[in-house]
Ligand binder design. Sequence first.
Ligand SMILES: [Zn+2]
Ligand SMILES: [Zn+2]
Length: 444
Amino acid sequence: MKFSHQIQGNALIVTIAGRIDVLNNEAFAAELSTRIKTQGMEIVILDFSGVDFISSACLRSLMLGLKQAREAKVALALAAIQPQVLEIFQLSRIDTLIQCFATVEQVFQTPITLKSTKAQRSSNVNSMSVRFWGTRGSLPAPLTLSQLRNKLTSALVAGANMKLDTVERAQHFVESLPFHIGGTYGGNSSCVELSASDNNVVLLDMGSGARLAGQDALQRLAGRSGDFHIFISHLHWDHIMGFPFFTPAYISGQRIHIYACHEHLENAFRRQQAEPSFPVELSKMAAQIEFVRLEPGRSYNIAGYQVQAALQHHHGDSFGYRFQKNGKCVVYSTDAEHKPEDLLDIKNFVEFFRDADLVIFDAMYSLADSISVKEDWGHSSNIMGVELCQQAGAKRLVLVHHEPANDDATIERLCHDALRLEEITSKGQRLEIFAAYDGLQIAL
Ligand SMILES: [Zn+2]
Ligand SMILES: [Zn+2]
């Protein structure tokens, strides 16, 4: 690994060449830290054109560098990343945190982006973020003992010749493993959180992930009363089953607003807690709870968001939501079947996803399954997600509602397949693709 640099105005261009791996990570981190602290520089650009590999330990060092840059009020950007290295960035989601440019010249052509990113990162008031609390479809699916042991076995074999005798080295090694070995997509059913200001909390669906979402929100509120705005896609069990375990609902003074387009919204919530299904009836919950029926197609202002709902093809109907705030747009579209031959549906949803910064998409099946054995089961595929988002000019696609029968390797493969399809069919603006996992947080 070699470092060299040149200065251009207030920018330091650091050219790095070679392989950045666990063996030279310490040197990489030290060099990075020194360059970021160079006197008088406002921008540090890392020219990655000569880097042909980066390990996860070094990605972590890069993140530490980003933190140092932020503290020093320096904008840090990466440029000219080789495709195989860029793929590592995308797979590890690092590219959502640090700005990546095709060339060094391009960084200078877009100084505004750098400035706005600095502003966004120093102040969260106007930024938007999305957090996934539950990403599994139909039924919670915890990791099994044999799956856990297979992960451990694979990791031990992969690390057999490495000196993993400190916690730090072991952590770096674990982070370098493919996600299906070193991580897990998680087992909770649908629940997603959108960032909100003041004492507002915005949640999408009340699957089993809602239990953790509720606890986290209460911790943030630290004893204050909050307004919980909960948008329900539809009333299938996997999207409401977390509500009886949603702690804020048990606390007097908390205000809970539950929105949906379904006529039977309130009844479905009451019924799942009625005797003999659950020991605490909904009427006994101490929070103030209201049910609000929305109309698809109409625009609402709720918790600082402009919100619109759209009817989706699903058993008993489901509704997608488009949220807009401060020029950013997130679409939540789960439990929706898009048939490739239904041109009107495709046209409608291309418009609904139009120019979205993030589309959260039901990719439960492969395309083959969704148009054969699982046709009319009400769900879509990774392939359909890529096609709709490409046509809509969306920036990011997040695959959710993972099939409970799919293990981590299968979900990872579905994501890779979507990435490959995007790679070979992309025209113009690139679409970023992730498979959501419980705990994933994306800043827009
Ligand atoms: Zn579902
Ligand atoms: Zn459903």
